[in-house]
Design a protein around this ligand. Structure first.
Ligand SMILES: [Zn+2]
Length: 93
């Protein structure tokens, strides 16, 4: 069992704060790093709720699906929640 508390995570919201808005808009990939384990992940646009805005997502290096959060999972490396299968410790059974 992998617990969420043990998984260093990076969200698209955290990445957005690293860049000026006009820089972030043009990014198509970004490097994420934890404990010396870095990975370049692709950024994709997904349809947003509005007609103008498009939401940004990270791309999971394992399954290539869009993800809001990637985590550094022991033995797997960077992965989305679906691939990494981490769980919240305080969720029942
Ligand atoms: Zn994945």
């Amino acid at each position: 069992m992998t617990y969420r508390d043990d998984v260093p995570r990076v969200s698209i919201a955290q990445i957005r704060t690293r860049f000026l808005p006009r820089v972030f808009r043009l990014l198509d990939r970004v490097e994420i790093e934890h404990g010396g384990d870095s990975c370049v992940v692709m950024l994709v646009h997904v349809p947003g709720h509005g007609t103008v805005t498009k939401a940004r997502r990270l791309t999971c290096p394992r399954c290539e699906r869009p993800a809001l959060v990637l985590g550094r999972v022991a033995r797997l490396g960077w992965a989305c929640k679906g691939c990494g299968r981490w769980r919240s410790r305080n969720r029942g059974a």
